[in-house]
Ligand binder design. Sequence first.
Ligand code: PMP
Length: 537
Amino acid sequence: MNADSLFARYARPELARLFRALNLDVTYQAGQGDHLIRRSPDGSAAGDRVLDLVGGAGASLFGHNHPALLDVARRCLDEQTPFNAQGSIRPGAAELARRLSEIVGATTGTGYVVTLGNTGADAVEAAVKHATVEHRRRLGALEEEAELTLRRVRRDGVADLPVASGPAAGRPCAEVLAETLDRIAHLRRADPVFVSLRDAFHGKSAGAGTLTHGGNVPEDLHVPGPRHRRLYDWTPEAVRGALDAERVAVHTVTVDSAGVPHSAERQLSPVAACFVEPIQGESGVREVPAETLAALRELADRHEAALVFDEIQCGMGRTGTFLASENSGVVADYYLLSKSLGGGLAKISALLVAENRYVADFGRHHTSTFADDDFSSRIATAALDLALSYRERVTEIGTLLRDRLAEVAAKWPDAIVEVRGRGLLLGVEFALPRPGSALLREVFDPESLGYLVAGRLLHAHNIRVIPTLSAPTTVRVQPSALLEPADVDRVAAAFDEVAGLLSRGEYATVLEHLTVPAAGAWQPRQHVPLPRRDRPA
Ligand code: PMP
């Protein structure tokens, strides 16, 4: 069996079937800078050089196999750096955490404690867990305080005294405290609530998948994760007051030096954290306005919840600033990074928690076998240097690319709806063609359009794109910081050609690549694994 058939048989049957149907079942044998080198059909020689605009779904801001990062990787191997030294002090993780804290802190003015993980979803899960423990401990501390006051007022014989001032004035002191304790206990028993936005993408693990909206995942593949509220309306007014009904008022009591009880009101909430991508990547590259980020800040504060900026795709210098949220002026409590943090070579993610919120024993209990390894950490530390050094270049080449694509969009308004994004996180939304033929209308459905464009760009122009995950009529344009102006010319010309074909209704040419005979044999849709006895030995 060749690799295509093995992949289809043993790895990802349905995806392999889709790739084959779309003539996108190609194999790359090497990656160099912004290019992937195709394997020739018989594997004997290097095939075409393909300009890669998928960029590892945002993970290769520094291109494929950047020499500075390869150097670090080689040094790790030459020095026999231990990959596995769990249960010891990890110098690579320590240095990476310090650098991340300093770089993000330079914008936000705060220090961070950094929890390293392996994937983006892993960082999201860590944030969910940290926000949960933070939330529970805060309620726990409040409960303890109220219990202590109740004990004191009983001891001091003022339990039945009416509260002298505040919202609970006139009511017996112990009764007010008992009610407060009851409400806190009720909140502590309930699971915390997590908030995310319409069209958000935060990963596909069970917990992160709950925060994700859509993501092109079938209903029955969804595992109910933590309690969750989705904000459909992004307007600042709607966001600010979105969860007011969830808040619970409690009365705290303090006894003054003369033994007189006074009350104050405090709002508690089941909301533990609000998640947002400052630029939504997978939903077609959509910037969340700074006013909405500011409203989310207010929302989080009103609920004493953590504000989490998921910069897994948009951060790490991809938009020309280290954090995509930098210019919004809004500061989060937690930051998530991954993708380009690994420099395209390592699988690594980071959760940064502002040090004044960090729960000290979190890092003792939230562990993972591969987290903190020196190999990934050292590569990521070198990737941070690259991210900082490429910021201007990303802005320059990204602006040029966006302007050129916007020109194409303006020329073919029937074919391209919009070009969105910043820096090297761009998305080009294609309009759904309306061919006269009913059969062709079936072919150009919203799920396929981006893949058909991808096929034309690959086979006619040696340019690689794929659609964003939850908005498949938008193709992602996420090249590396190494992109040259000549590459921009090539990209603009290729998009111009495809958009022109779509606009003029020249569908036969758009679909030409589908008429090439497939390399392997066609396989029917295969959902059911073979019974054990039928599997090859
Ligand atoms: N958050 C965001 C913003 C992402 O774009 C992604 C991946 N596309 C994730 C989380 C999940 O990352 P991973 O696929 O590494 O789990």
